[in-house]
Ligand binder design. Structure first.
Ligand code: OAD
Length: 262
């Protein structure tokens, strides 16, 4: 992952769905990319907004392999707290997550949801064709065997790894800065023949995800749904600005309604 940023002007709200016939859609590939913004209304902090996670923690301390080598306890505590918050009863999928479940179920063609989020709100809502490119908070990885384990407890200095039976060998199954996001060859293969690309709740400041919009064919329909213009807004053909809990259901409902009528 690499941070990179560029500012563009905000553009207008547009709910038009000018697709052709429903029959043609059965061969169309829809890829949705999500970021922290879609989980904001579920009570999880984003990274770069005011009071976001990166305002209160240095990225290089808690989200890099060097930071982990320097101070594993600090890093484990950061993810222990986030894991505990994710498991608290107040944190639930919101209307934006739920709309993406309708979209997956009713989209007549191929569908893939690629999320940068390490929470489990998409799967809890019901999405199935889902890929976590930055890892998962509820998984831990053994540094010795690389085995990945389902994980809900805090990882403490004396926590033993279920496979190697040692303490101090588990790390969060999270992609840190300087590490390769997961499943990229598969994602790029699909982006290359994508027909509709939606990016939801992501600032467009972290690559490679920020560059996905440039990897789809020129003929693809590209829509950014975000609270505000992202750093890569100008690469999208259409823009919808507002909270994900409102604009994602509105967009999805209109899109599906249009498809049903065609
Ligand atoms: P950011 O925090 O960079 O961006 C969140 C985006 O969501 C911003 O553009 C906000 O304007 C927007 N936003 C905030 N609230 C929203 C709402 N209610 N509805 C819609 N949009 C909203 O988060 P990401 O782009 O996801 O990696 O960050 C990318 C990666 O950087 C993360 O996956 C993370 C981080 O370092 C790891 O930690 C592995």
């Amino acid at each position: 992952m690499h941070p990179k940023g560029r500012l563009v002007q905000s553009v207008s709200l547009d709910l038009r769905c000018d697709f052709g016939s429903y029959r043609g859609m059965t061969e169309k590939l829809l890829i949705v990319l999500t970021g922290a913004g879609i989980s904001a209304e579920s009570g999880l902090k984003t990274f770069r907004d005011h009071n976001g996670l990166w305002e209160n923690h240095r990225v290089e301390d808690v989200a890099s392999p060097e930071g982990f080598r320097r101070d594993p306890r600090l890093v484990q505590d950061f993810y222990n707290a986030r894991r505990a918050q994710l498991l608290s009863p107040e944190v639930r999928p919101n209307a934006g997550h739920e709309a993406l479940v309708r979209l997956e179920r009713e989209w007549p063609g191929e569908f893939l949801l690629v999320t940068q989020n390490v929470d489990n709100l998409h799967e809890r809502a019901g999405n199935q064709r889902l890929l976590h490119m930055h890892g998962e908070l509820l998984k831990a990885r053994c540094l010795r065997t690389h085995a990945v384990h389902e994980w809900t407890d805090p990882i403490l200095p004396d926590t033993r790894c279920p496979c190697c039976r040692r303490s101090g060998t588990l790390r969060p199954h999270i992609v840190w800065f300087g590490e390769m996001p997961l499943e990229m060859p598969r994602v790029y293969g699909l982006l290359a023949r994508c027909d509709v690309f939606l990016a939801i709740g992501t600032s467009g400041q972290v690559y490679p995800a920020a560059g996905f919009v440039e990897a789809v064919p020129e003929t693809a329909r590209t829509v950014e749904l975000n609270l505000e213009a992202s750093a890569v807004s100008s690469a999208f053909g259409e823009h919808l600005h507002g909270p994900a809990g409102r604009i994602v259901p509105a967009f999805v409902d209109q899109l599906l309604e249009n498809l049903r009528q065609s």
